[in-house]
Design a protein around this ligand. Structure first.
Ligand SMILES: [Zn+2]
Length: 89
């Protein structure tokens, strides 16, 4: 298991499977429409890739979104180091 995952709750880390490319493949709930990873934090349901980015890297500024930079074909990579912040357009 990747050491940085020790910084997130075990419940969330248990849903992540790290592949040989370093992608963190989400095995938890996904939105039916976009296929994006979702997780429950307290009483809220949040996007897992955004949650992990904010937990492990930095706050996402208002009006910005995350763009995935890896080539994992599905939308389930939640590795915060495979995402970067982009302004809206
Ligand atoms: Zn990835």
């Amino acid at each position: 298991m990747v050491n940085i995952l020790l910084n997130v709750s075990q419940r969330i880390a248990d849903k992540i499977w790290v592949d040989e490319e370093g992608c963190w493949l989400w095995c938890g709930a996904q939105s039916s429409k976009e296929g994006l990873a979702r997780c429950r934090v307290g009483d809220r349901v949040v996007w897992a890739h955004k949650y992990l980015y904010e937990q492990l890297r930095d706050k996402i500024p208002d009006g910005h979104r995350l763009k995935r930079t890896c080539r994992e074909p599905s939308e389930v990579c939640v590795n915060p180091f495979h995402h970067e912040v982009r302004g809206c357009w």
